[in-house]
Design a protein around this ligand. Structure first.
Ligand code: ATP
Ligand code: MG
Length: 579
């Protein structure tokens, strides 16, 4: 098995639904179109962290390659140094591995092809298919025309090729200021497709690049770079999102001008017996989620404005944020599989992602108890200093997850919400004189309520029925079951409760001038004095727990300076938003 498909095959636990891309690849395979090869790539621009939308593209590219015994490259599409950085490169690599995928061979960079791209540019000028243009940005926009009007030819369009070659060399040598010249393809200024109206191939940008340093001061455009990089890497199926559909003619035009023999030499396929066939672009719809901002530009604005606590804030839809929140890679992969792939744009309900997260955690998260809002309980018929270690299953449906010992003693806490002096109708938990079962332990009765001078409840005096461990109480029914923690053995913790960041379905809508106006003010609630059962801290791995009756929580990856553990709520037990 090749390294790139090891992760892909292990995640096909459920039958994978078909889609038009999968069908197309199966057809290409049966026609022997690429000599049986399937080679995809995931091409992020390192100008921000990856988000859940990228996960859709990652899962698609890696899984399709793995299913066909092929490869998937990771290629940084790094042609715009002013917005990119090594920090983003590192985070993206880390996120992809975390999601469970291994790219084929070394990480690729478009910038590693700058020499080849430049020689292809010279070829284009020599064939009179490109020219150096001196229109500035504003003039170029004017000459480009509109959707309803054709463009006009640049006055430089017929520049003799030797003159263009000379200017291009001088552009590269750094003789000209940013914006003074561009290299443009010579295609058709009257084309109904604006992308074909002599698109820019190179621009001058005196800016150091995170990979190539100061070697270049001209940088190729995305459209020019992407197709050639695909070809150089021997990519067969170039999958991208729908906004590139109108760029496809340009993708094909550029590749159509290349000297295939030279290209084959440059590509990964050198020495391979299979006949070289150019890659083809196929588009699919971006993932959009309601109540979520997704564009990297917007996410960066949230980070830069301090609206959130960095790219990995657990409320962010970034993979780093989801990870820190406690979401598992398997949940994200299953979600991406469940939403399918299509050509029509639609908005996926955030509830679907939450469902995938709950499903995964319900199956895999060990159970534990945590009291968020402690109310002291004194078990009066227990001796001072006496401790019982009660054995509890880590998972109600999975014996293999083992058991743990939970200390039970005279001083406990329960949640304030589980006691009511004047209970509303139907209240099944603890009331004065009433009984309730402590989860995994005994039935207790509340004999007395202690209060402070202002009437706040400070403590409950209760007696335990020691005949009720794993047994029904004799002669009466006790309906309620509540969670509890020993106050002496429990670990005082901070708990962060997260909720959706936005109050509106489409925070990216053009009608919203400032996203800060539609933030959910309750997206983060911090609880300082929660008490967690001690077994949780014995777990070495950073995993999610189900804190019984409260939700799923994981230990934050930050070591807090206070040495107190901080837990992030991954998700509530049930969907509290729908309806
Ligand atoms: P953004 O608009 O968030 O910055 P982008 O498309 O500019 O996204 P890239 O780094 O260029 O981000 O994207 C890398 C790959 O991920 C591309 O192939 C792109 O089409 C794909 N991709 C980006 N956003 C989504 C999304 N929401 N759903 C599916 N695929 C996406
Ligand atoms: Mg982009």
């Amino acid at each position: 098995m090749t390294e790139s498909n090891s992760a892909g095959s292990s995640l096909r636990t459920v039958s994978t639904p078909s889609n038009y891309i999968r069908t197309m690849i199966a057809r290409d395979q049966s026609n022997g179109k690429y000599g049986g090869r399937v080679h995809t790539r995931f091409p992020p621009e390192p100008n921000g962290y990856l988000h859940i939308g990228h996960a859709k593209s990652i899962c698609l590219n890696f899984t399709l390659a793995a299913e066909n015994g092929g490869f998937c490259n990771l290629r940084f599409d790094d042609t715009n140094p002013t917005k990119e950085s090594q920090e983003y490169v590192d985070a993206i690599k880390d996120n992809i591995r975390w999601l469970g995928f291994n790219w084929h061979g070394e990480v690729r960079y478009s910038s590693a092809y700058f020499n080849e791209l430049y020689s292809f540019a010279i070829q284009l000028v020599e064939k009179e298919l490109a020219y150096v243009c001196s229109l500035n940005a504003e003039q170029a926009r004017e000459y480009r025309g509109t959707l309803t009007e054709p463009g006009r030819d640049s006055p430089d369009r017929n520049r003799p090729k030797n003159e263009s070659l000379n200017l291009l060399a001088r552009m590269k040598a750094g003789e000209f200021a940013d914006g003074t010249y561009t290299l443009r393809a010579c295609i058709d200024m009257a084309s109904p497709n604006i992308n074909m109206r002599d698109p820019v191939l190179y621009r001058i940008r005196h800016f150091a690049h995170h990979q190539t340093g100061n070697k270049w001061c001209i940088y190729p455009t995305y459209d020019y770079t992407h197709c050639i990089s695909d070809a150089l890497e021997g990519i067969t199926h170039s999958l991208c999102t729908l906004e590139f559909e109108d760029h496809r003619p340009l993708y094909n035009w550029i590749l159509g001008q290349l000297d295939l023999e030279k290209l084959q030499l440059a590509s990964d396929l050198a020495g391979s017996s299979s006949q070289y066939v150019l890659p083809e672009q196929t588009e699919f719809a971006k993932l959009k989620l309601n109540y979520t901002m997704m564009g990297k530009r917007n996410l960066k604005a949230m980070v830069d404005s301090g609206t959130v606590d960095g790219w990995d804030d657990p409320r962010m839809p970034t993979l780093a944020g989801l990870r820190r929140r406690g979401v598992t890679p398997a949940a994200i992969r299953h979600f991406c599989e469940s939403i399918g792939v299509s050509r029509s744009e639609s908005v996926v309900d955030l509830g679907m992602l939450e469902h995938a997260i709950r499903e995964d955690l319900d199956r895999n998260a060990p159970r534990a108890m945590c009291v968020l809002n402690p109310l002291p309980v004194l078990v009066t018929n227990m001796e001072e200093g006496q401790v019982q270690h009660l054995s509890m299953a880590n998972h109600p449906k999975n014996e293999n997850m083992g058991r743990r010992q939970v200390p039970f003693d005279r001083k406990l806490v329960i949640d304030r919400a589980d006691f009511a002096e004047e209970p509303p109708p139907g209240f099944k938990r603890l009331v004065p004189g009433g009984e309730v079962r402590l989860r995994g332990a005994y039935v207790i009765r509340c004999d007395k309520v202690e209060k402070d001078a202002s009437g706040n409840i400070t403590r409950l005096l209760c007696s335990a029925d020691f005949g009720t461990l794993g047994q029904r109480p004799q002669g009466r029914k006790v309906k309620g079951v509540i969670h509890w923690v020993s106050s002496g053995h429990g670990i005082s913790s901070t708990v962060r409760l997260y909720d959706r960041l936005f109050t509106v379905e489409n925070p990216e809508s053009s009608e919203i001038e400032d996203f800060r106006k539609v933030l959910n003010p309750h997206s983060l609630q911090v609880i300082e004095n929660a008490l967690v059962e001690p077994s949780v801290m014995k777990e070495q791995r950073r995993i999610c727990f189900q804190f019984e009756r409260e939700g799923y929580f994981c230990l934050d990856q930050l070591d807090s300076t206070t040495e107190r553990p901080v837990f992030n709520r991954t998700i509530t037990l049930r969907d509290s938003w729908s309806g």
